[in-house]
Design a protein around this ligand. Sequence first.
Ligand code: NAG
Ligand code: NAG
Ligand code: NAG
Length: 486
Amino acid sequence: MLETRFKAVIFMLLLVWSSAPLVESAIGVNWGTRTFHKLKPSTVVDLLKDNKIPKVKLFEADPGSLEALMGSGIQVMVGIPNEMLALFSSSPAAADLWVRQNVTTYMGKGGADIRYIAVGNEPFLTSYNGQFQNLVMPAILNVQQSLVKANLAGYVKIVVPCNADAYESSLPSQGAFRPELTQIMTQIVQFLNSNGSPFVVNIYPFLSLYDNEDFPQDYAFFEGTTHPVTDGNNVYTNAFDGNYDTLVAALTKLGYGQMPIVIGEIGWPSDGAVGANLTAAKVFNQGLISHVLSNKGTPLRPAAPPMDVYLFSLFDEGAKSTLPGNFERHWGIFSFDGQAKYALNLGLGNKVLKNAKNVEYLPSRWCVANPYRTNDLTNVADHMRLACSVADCTTLNFGGSCNGIGEKGNISYAFNSYYQIQMQDARSCDFDGLGMVTFLDPSVGDCRFLVGVTDKGSHSSSSQTTYQRWIMVLFSIIQGIYYFLM
Ligand SMILES: *[C@@H]1O[C@H](CO)[C@@H](O)[C@H](O)[C@H]1NC(C)=O
Ligand SMILES: *[C@@H]1O[C@H](CO)[C@@H](O)[C@H](O)[C@H]1NC(C)=O
Ligand SMILES: *[C@@H]1O[C@H](CO)[C@@H](O)[C@H](O)[C@H]1NC(C)=O
């Protein structure tokens, strides 16, 4: 009798422990798919596994990604895009269908380990002018009901990734949600708390620096600062802690100061702006990881509750909008083709990042400005503008890695970016005779002229023999001499 009671207590303790929302600090990644050159989802999942990355966040229920994640053991957060909130806030049936088609299908034995559903993505961003604000809570309730019906509500937790501009203050201890958000935030936080969900927030010291010339640069990093922020007895030496504690104070004001916090996005871009470069990105991300894994916590949470952090981002996404700035396409710790941009110790077992394996590149050839024809300047400008309106030319601008490659370099870069997006279709390098295909890599210094990748598995540079490659290089050299002599 006593023994059974003892067993029951142990069992209940285990239950409580295993249903606790957070049990360990861990580094995860955001896997966005707004790229022109997609790697095979299975290649990406192998990359995650090779780097021992235990958690991944998806912005939507991308079928390819979710299928590839099945059986991987990687924990998944799946997002519901803001554009779908209106539907789910008004239609329980639509929410049911979404859960069935986009969650239940992938789960179960040997399935994907979906742990969180993110309802909306930064729905309270000031630039949305409140258009999603009143949809969030009704959508949460409908999706939660759908999870209950699907028998998943105990395992899959709803969260709402918030942008840091949802709260504000000059000192962390004064933190409060924006006045117009107080009511909705109170409802959301009450729901999260009763559901055992954490508060998910995106923190971007880079944007603080980018938006504000007076922001002390060293305060954005973790290496110590000449401009510490003194807040009562607490001294802040980095923007991350300051921001985190501002949220803690805002949650405390609502009566939920102990609520677990997950960092849904954080990172540093490596290109596309002054201050966005490989060195800064590496120093920031490494500093962040060491800070998180040191379990020192922050001044308002010194007891160091474990912290989940999803780096932004896994890859560069060349098809993203540049509205926030040209840097928006360059947040990856890996470039678009799964190659590590710099040495980074994720604290997960490997000392440095491992590159993606078996990436299928298009053949090694590039489209460049035909050196014999570039005097046709107005026509060139038109073609360049068109190419860059489709393809990614962000690195050409001030602060970018290809700024300073000269006028002809600019043209070639634009032509090539376009040509690669068109899967190297010969016609896409014509540009009224202004373009020309070459087999010699036109990259200069840090400015990389890309070769596209394909997830189709139909082309592969490895299908070219060394012999064929040499013939093509020889062809390019002869071509070069020909144009030189003309
Ligand atoms: C599942 O998610 C995808 C990606 O967001 C979306 O296109 C699709 O409409 C969703 N399915 C349902 C039934 O809502
Ligand atoms: C890289 O960015 C950092 C700040 O983000 C800046 O201090 C540094 O000068 C930049 N380096 C180069 C080579 O531009
Ligand atoms: C190359 O293009 C960039 C971006 O449009 C521009 O800032 C730069 O001045 C151009 N360089 C030349 C030499 O035209």
